[in-house]
Design a protein around this ligand. Sequence first.
Ligand SMILES: [Fe+2]
Length: 428
Amino acid sequence: MKKEGTKWYLLLYVFTIFLAGISSLIYTLIKYRNISLLGLLIFGILFFTSDNLNAPLPKTGNVSVIFGISLASLIIFGPATAMLVTAVSVLNIKDYIRRVPYYKHLFNAGQYLLSFAAAAIFFESFYDRSQTNFFYARNIWVIFLVTYIFFILNTTLTAGAISISTGMNVLNIWVFNFAWIVPFQFFLSAMAIAIAFLYIRFSPFTLIFTSLPLIIAQYTYLLRVKERRTLLNSIMQIVKIMEAKDIYTAGHSMRVADYSEMIARGLRLNEYDIEIVRNLASLHDIGKIQIDLSILNKTTKLTDKDWKEIRKHPVVSYEIVKQIDFLKDRATAILYHHERVDGTGYPFGKKDDELPLFARILCVADSFDAMSTDRPYRRAKTIEESIAELQINRGTQFDEKACDVMIDILTKKMIPAVSLELSESGNH
Ligand SMILES: [Fe+2]
């Protein structure tokens, strides 16, 4: 992938958004003035806690209930207090601890403030505060609309930043990264309504029963994600050491993981499955650790004996990955990643429905990386040549659906050309 952060137009975009965010904060404070200090204190603490305990999502963004907290403060106290609560996002200490580059931090804070200001102004223009019935239909509609206004602005600004840094199409980025979170926004609206209603009707103490459990649930999820990451990172270190010894497979596993994820998204798998496919893909060749280096680095033709050794690696990989608790149920994808849908692959000659979907995804991703990178005996194929090869082998070597998605990804040029030019790898 291309390096981020060095392009002047990315920095220009980031600073423009940050300045727009700060300006919108000042504008709403001047326009609406009314600030509740108690509200700011309570909701500021909740926002800060939630913002710093959120868990990273597989691709982009975070699982966080912070918007629900901002929205509840908007309903209860109005735009000025809610904007100040939202401004707490500038104080995200997790970003400093994780050494997130300053421009990403500025961008996150700026886009959040800007999106929230637009949502807050819309809210205040249409929400009827004179209503004594909290569940007055128009007001509830306004809350849901505001949620989606914020969501669309927030995700589009983020997709814009990703597009500038990677050169990919904004709409494709949006669909691949954010479309799946659309239903979650409904939950955030409902959550904000519940928090605000109980707060207004009873007392601030109701937050103990509304917000705290959500933050605790979020924290528990974060711990689980961290535990998995630590385990996977240690295993990936082994994969990297292994790939470094074999000049033809440097970076292969990570690229196959990227391609597998893209195919899985194209097939509209859920996020949980996408994460599993990605993890399986990054470990699919770990069994090569058992193959003699003299065979892996051979530049001459491989003998039958060499092939016999190489063909053992899916089984060895499977035996290793089977030991990982959250991957063991799907580890057969690794065992069968060199099988073909026509039954002529190895190690077992399984075919069609005998092959799990994840194995068929891995097979296409793995083979595409082999085509598009240099081998000891031939140069890498261009994207057009790779598309042609995928088409020729569609339905024989490759699963038709997974193959179609890969062709679609290549046709839309969603894989930055630089990742192909810089890579060197092989595929046995
Ligand atoms: Fe392999």
